[in-house]
Write a protein that binds this ligand. Sequence first.
Ligand SMILES: [Zn+2]
Length: 298
Amino acid sequence: MHLHLGIRGLVRRFVFTASCLLVLTALDATAQNSNHERREWNAPIPPFRIVGNVYYVGAHGISSFLIASSGGLIVLDGGFPETAPLIERNIRALGFRVGDIKYLLNSHAHYDHCGGLARLKRDSGAQLLASALDSETLNTGHQLSYGPGQLEAHFPRVHVDRTIADGQQVSLGTTVLTAYLTPGHTKGCTTWTTPVVENGITHHVVFYCSTTVAGNQLVNNAKYPNIVGDYEASFARLRKLPCDVFLGPHPSFFHMDDKLKRRKAGQRDAFIDPSELARFVEESQRDFKLELARQSAP
Ligand SMILES: [Zn+2]
């Protein structure tokens, strides 16, 4: 992990990281805030089954999902570099073997979601499948900045074995995942879906990539000229996906803590909510439009 020393670098790192979730309000954050935020996101939590054969194996603030098929395991997202050992521990705690991971997938090539993939790949021997447009970042371990609020970040590079096209399916045993390219947050942002069966009922699970602006420059972005069109197409597309179980790269996206509490209190279907995706897209698009207006203002 390439550490950026100096307050300015640390502040920018904090702003980028936090902005996956929050608007850019933390410009006066200190170096301590940065480390604190990152440590908080990486706090361990016990792994658990979400629905069907889909498990949560991530940390408190950064997601990683395990899909256990009859033909082996699939892991979606690797967290920060330091999240990977925790993900591996969680996989073992559920009774699975890291060596049984056949495929590694990535929602998007930001270092808080792909930084741990190199270690997961090394320890499992799994193949990494990713969109062509996020593959360059993964292959080089170099995350470019797409706006003044973003940091150029470095993370352990990880070789993409096979690129995934829009609509492409990945099958393992009886499990089938479908990739939907939903660019904007990154150029190759990929939303994955899979149907799972529980008690004879099929539930459509959506692993939402992200549609936050996260410091991206929306106006006159020479490195990403079609960024606004991409976001808008992604919003239109995402709201049409069938979704009973809404999941995302940060647990806060899908109110994980709240659902776990409700489940503990006896609501067994706390993670099933067919209206959640539409609500999330609507809110995210509203935030996007506000940010676009702000950046477009003279
Ligand atoms: Zn991100």
